[in-house]
Design a protein around this ligand. Structure first.
Ligand SMILES: NC(=O)c1ccc[n+]([C@@H]2O[C@H](COP(=O)([O-])OP(=O)(O)OC[C@H]3O[C@@H](n4cnc5c(N)ncnc54)[C@H](OP(=O)(O)O)[C@@H]3O)[C@@H](O)[C@H]2O)c1
Length: 250
């Protein structure tokens, strides 16, 4: 199926590893010029080599700390200057942060900054050009937030989901689509430490109907569809990719 992505431009944050890396590569192979940003420039460079070997469009790399106060302005300006315009924004950078019931203030603030506020601020930097062009696609990577333990990142992601829904409602009139992709447990550095040894297998057998954690490519496949013109009637949605893990009590 042609996704009609050829010639489009995109920003992907958190592009050095995990989901962001797989998303960047998948979009590049589909013909998208991606502005790929994260801190680890060595990993970004190896991604560029990987994309070239796969015959994808060469990405623009931008090493920057997303939590730096000027990151949204710097990233938006550099992306617009390198790409000319931005068609697609994938808000992906983030990190799991389990918390005690009385968690430290620093941890809460750090999660709200990285997992919510910087994405909101980067999006806001790009909204004028999306609105002026009367087109644009914003895809927010969230997380499972109906957890039975506290994770500051999950709380920030719940804020992303509420913000995203409101944005979708107000931006439809400009031809701008805004969605969330809610992953279950996907095998990346972000969550590996929480499931050492046999823990992953044990958990997956009990809780995931498809029997194992997903792979970053499972996320990239859904992202490619959701940001493509094929998903032109999808907005304000939360699309779950979790092997069936999410459930209520029964
Ligand atoms: N894996 C899962 O099962 C899962 C579940 C729920 C939600 N998620 C969400 O999915 C997204 C991707 O997660 P992942 O599993 O792919 O994680 P990952 O493998 O740890 O990758 C996280 C990415 O975010 C970037 N990042 C983190 N802090 C940053 C900072 N201060 N400045 C710039 N970039 C930063 C990292 O780049 P650098 O280190 O190079 O800066 C990296 O590219 C996150 O938002 C995460 O919360 C993942």
């Amino acid at each position: 199926m042609d996704l009609y992505l050829k010639g489009k431009t995109a920003i992907v944050s958190g592009a050095s590893q995990g989901f962001g890396r797989a998303i960047t590569k998948e979009l590049a192979i589909e013909g998208v010029k991606v502005f790929a940003t994260a801190r680890n420039e060595e990993l970004l460079n190896s991604l560029k080599t990987e994309i070239a070997a796969a015959g994808g469009v060469e990405p623009v790399l931008f090493g920057y700390d997303f939590v730096a106060p000027d990151a949204p302005q710097k990233i938006a300006a550099a992306a617009l200057s390198a790409l000319g315009h931005v068609d697609i924004l994938v808000n992906n950078a983030g990190r799991s942060r389990p918390m005690d019931v009385i968690g430290d203030e620093e941890g809460w603030t750090a999660s709200m900054t990285l997992d919510f506020n910087r994405h909101r601020q980067l999006t806001q930097q790009l909204l004028p050009q999306f609105m002026e062009r009367r087109s644009g696609v914003i895809l927010n990577i969230t997380s499972t937030y109906e957890l039975r333990m506290l994770n500051a990142s999950a709380v920030a992601k719940a804020a992303v989901a509420a913000w995203s829904k409101g944005l979708a409602g107000q931006l439809g009139q400009y031809g701008i689509r805004v969605n969330c992709l809610q992953p279950g447990l996907i095998d990346t550095e972000n969550i590996r430490p929480y499931f050492p040894g046999e823990e992953r297998k044990k958990f997956a057998e009990q809780e995931i109907p498809l029997g194992d954690f997903g792979a970053p490519q499972d996320i990239a496949n859904m992202v490619a569809f959701l940001v493509s013109p094929r998903a032109q009637y999808v907005t304000g949605a939360v699309v779950v990719v979790d092997g069936g893990m999410r459930r209520y009590a029964f």
